[in-house]
Structures are given as structure tokens and as C-alpha cells.
Design a protein around this ligand. Sequence first.
Ligand code: NAI
Length: 341
Amino acid sequence: MTQNKTHTVTLIPGDGIGPEVTDAVVRILNATGVKFQWEPYAAGAEAFEKFKTYIPADLYESIERTRVALKGPVTTPVGGGFSSINVTLRKKFELYANFRPIKNLPGIKTNYPGVDLVIIRENTEGLYVGLEQEIVPGVATALKVVTEKGSNRIARFAFEFARKHGRKKIHCIHKANIMKMTDGLILRCTRQVAKDFPEVAYGEHIVDNTCMQLVTNPYQYDMLLLENLYGDIVSDLCAAFVGGLGLVPGANLGENAAIFEAVHGSAPDIAGKDLANPTALLQSAILMLRHLDEDQAANRVQAALEKVYTEKTTLTRDVGGASSTSAFADAIIAALETGPA
Ligand code: NAI
């Protein structure tokens, strides 16, 4: 508990549904009594319109100073235009570990009850280094970059996490049967790191088989460790186990900074209609509260969230309710005030 401390946090509302879900989450966090000083910044197309740059220098400077950011989704153009803001920020601040817990919320019926899975995705290497070129007209290539340093670092992060949180088993997910050098290097490094953690069981599965195994029986997995692209895809697949993209949180963690964000995108189809579900960003904010050593507030918000989901009276449309984004946030704030059921 950091009583009386004011946390300065960089806030990136983003675009599409970003400002709506961010506003809801900021209202809830402010209602916990924890003191925040928010530093809001535009990013992406909105920033370009105002400042002729997609990520203003002030935003970089703010994260360097606060070392923690809460971020809404930002639209990324497909097949051209500017580079993903997320990928750029992850690279700039070396946020090498993407952490996505996948756990059911009470009251949300899915085909997979009782899932409790942790996904650790390498966030800075692989095909996401963005080294693409058209070598001759009609032939384009992309470089997949894997380093020993990056592979050791993410493997150690995953095993340290397992040790700290009492997780039982890590599966490293790969395609080293085809990508023998790149994914092969990841496996060699991970096997080596695994030796330092004898209390954590270690296994390996090929990524295509993993997708089949996951939809057949996700309970066989405890923690998944994946390189960048596989992690991106498989973590969205896993979001479906617990009710979809509107629910699951994410954190991008490095030695010097952390950015907490929802897994979903800017959802242009429902933007501006007060329909978006802020749960994913709220669950990311709970991770942020823990990161800031505000565990008591994190537990209170978690309890309020579970209460609202258990009661089912004020849920958003994507999870079978009829409530607006803002009414859902009001219900969480009311639940915070009344305490656990
Ligand atoms: P999306 O996640 O925005 O939407 C997929 C579907 O899920 C849509 O039907 C949408 O209405 C629904 N959905 C997503 N979040 C929701 C929420 N909180 N509440 C209720 N329903 C929700 O994915 P899409 O359409 O592929 O991407 C749209 C844009 O977002 C693209 O420009 C993409 O690049 C960007 N994007 C940004 C991310 C980020 O900034 N973290 C992550 C993923 C995509």
C-alpha cells in the first residue's frame, strides 16, 4: 500500500472506442481513493492531425518520466500508412514482455468455464521488427529477427513469473520444425533457462498443434511462452475462452517502463455510441494498480467488477447485457462504494 502517494501516469486514450473506455476506467480508478495525476496524450492519426507526428515527443518524454502508462486502442492502417503505435512504443521502451492472463469472469457463460491460463509473449523481436522490402517487383520479404539475448530475457521473465506466482508448467510454443534457426534458437535458450527452475515443469508444442489442443482442451496448459507473432494470434484465440476481446487485459513490461492496455482494437463499428465494454481496459488497470503496489485498491476494483458481473443487471451488449459504457462504469463505482456482496 502506498498511502497518500500520488501516482503520475501517462494516459493515451487512443481513438475509436479508446476515449470512451479510457474515460470509464479513469473515473473508476479515481473513485478508489488512490491519488492519480493523469498526463493525457494523443497518439496515431489524431496526433498527426494536431502535431504532424504520430507519437509526439512530449508523449515519449512523459513515459520516460512516469515509467507507467495506461493506453486505449489506436487504429493502425492496414497494408500501408504509419507503423503501429503499439509496436513503436514497445520497441522504444524495450517492453519485451507482453503479459496476458486469461481467466473467466463470474456470470459470463462460455464453452470453457474455469480457464486460468497465463500467456507470455515476446514483444520486440520476430517478424514484428518490421524489416520488410520488395526485393524485385512482385516479390516481398520480411525478416524474422531472433536473438539469444531476447530469447533468454523473455524465457527468464516467464520462469521468474511462474516461480513468484506458483504456476506449475510452461509450454514454449514454436515452429522450429520449419524455422529451424530462429525458432530453434528460442528453444535452445528456453531449455537452458528452464534448468534454473526445476520446480516449474517445461514442455514444448508446435504452434499449429497448440491451436488445436487449445480449442480441444485448454485446461492442459498452465502458462504459454510464445514469440511475437504466435503470441499475438494465440492470445486472441485464448480471449474467446473467457468471453472475447472486450474482457481480457494486457500489460507490456520492460525494465524501465510498463504500458497497460486492452487486447482489443479501436472497434470502429461501435465507436462513439457509448456501447463499448471497458472491462478489458479495467482489468489492465487492475494489473497497473498491482504494479504500483496498490494491491488493496486492485482487490477492491476486482471485487466490484465481479459483483457487477455476478449481478448481470448492468452489462454491456457484447456480453449479453443492454447497458451503456458509462452506465457500466457507474455500476462499478457504486459497487466500489458498497463493498463486496
Ligand atoms: P477490434 O478489436 O477493434 O474489433 C473486433 C470486434 O470486437 C469488433 O466487432 C468490435 O466491435 C469488438 N470489440 C472490440 N473491443 C470491444 C469492446 N471493448 N467492447 C465491445 N466490443 C468490442 O479489431 P479490429 O476491427 O481488427 O481492429 C480495428 C482497429 O484497431 C485496427 O486499426 C487495428 O489495427 C487496431 N488495433 C489496435 C490495437 C491496439 O491499439 N492495442 C490492438 C488491435 C487492433
